[in-house]
Design a protein around this ligand. Structure first.
Ligand code: SAM
Length: 280
């Protein structure tokens, strides 16, 4: 632990908790597996706790930081370690597909994500999955558990399905609040997300898949036959036709079952003449 280093005044609204433990920073970069050939994108580098180790491993990093005041500190900290392309931008608005094209291939994301928008940034990346080679990110433990959860577990929900369809998720490191300045109120977990070579199931309509999943978990106390009525009065009929008991709850459905239900619903909508929901 480097207790001598001075950290910038943290901005709560930007989820700033700066990593102060060099061993953990090194371990995160080692877990990401990056080497000189990787196209590494760091989201929210802050004053550079991870960036220095990324630069040492790869010699080149693309960094996206929202807080312009931190960029001079970052540049100073990594000076002489290689090439840093730093952009002052909101990671939620970055076009990672375009970045993969300009940088010459799929991106490896490494980040200690800001807690307040970490989930949204991660899902923005999952949506652009063809531009991603892999991700090693730190999040609050509760969110990491939801991402990695299996059907039937308490943590299993819309996030588990919308991520697990395309990514395998493994926890690699637990990080206590004492590793940060200032310490957050929650524990953190580093997870590694690897794009699947094929999604866990085929869906005919991604927008509809997302609607079905969110409706199923929207009212967790309701059985599916009732929860899915927000999508149409015939919810029980669709479930029965898809071979799913309408008395089951959303948290028991596997990803292939969600896909089967979506595909049946998409076919029903086409057959009944309702405009199909467009594929995003
Ligand atoms: N990587 C540094 C570390 O480990 O010490 C800082 C991590 S801190 C938890 C999150 C960082 O993300 C901060 O530097 C913050 O300014 C930045 N950030 C917050 N919201 C952002 C956004 N929407 N886009 C890009 N960066 C953001």
């Amino acid at each position: 632990m480097n207790s001598q280093r001075l950290y910038p005044q943290a901005k709560k609204r930007l989820g700033q908790h700066f990593l102060a433990d060099e061993m953990i920073a090194q371990a995160i970069v080692a877990a990401s597996g990056v080497g000189p050939d990787a196209r590494v994108v760091e989201i929210g580098p802050g004053p550079g706790a991870l960036t220095v180790w990324l630069m040492r491993a790869c010699g080149r990093v693309w960094a996206i930081e929202f807080d312009a005041t931190l960029i001079p500190l970052l540049e100073k900290r990594v000076a002489g370690l290689g090439v840093l392309h730093v952009e002052r931008a909101d990671a939620l608005r970055v076009n990672y597909r375009a970045l993969a094209e300009t940088s010459g291939g799929a991106l490896t994301i490494v980040a200690n994500l800001p807690y307040n928008v970490g989930t949204a940034i991660l899902m923005h990346l999952v949506e652009q999955r063809e531009a991603i080679a892999g991700m090693t990110v730190m999040l609050q433990t509760e969110v990491a558990e939801r991402l990695a959860a299996a059907p039937g577990s308490k943590a299993y929900g819309a996030l588990s399905v919308m991520c697990g369809m395309w990514m395998s998720v493994e926890a690699v490191l637990e990080v206590p609040p004492s590793a940060f300045r200032p310490p957050p109120k929650v524990h953190s977990t580093v997870i590694r997300l690897t794009p699947r070579s094929r999604p866990l199931a085929e869906t005919k309509d991604l927008d509809l898949f997302s609607q079905v999943v969110h409706a199923a978990f929207g009212q967790r106390r309701k059985v599916l036959g009732n929860a899915l009525k927000v999508l149409g009065a015939d919810a029980r009929l669709w479930l029965t036709r898809a071979g799913i008991d309408p008395e089951r709850r959303g948290e028991t459905l596997s990803i292939p079952e969600f896909a089967r239900l979506t595909n049946l619903l998409a076919d029903e909508r086409i057959a009944s003449g309702a405009a199909p929901i467009s594929v995003s």
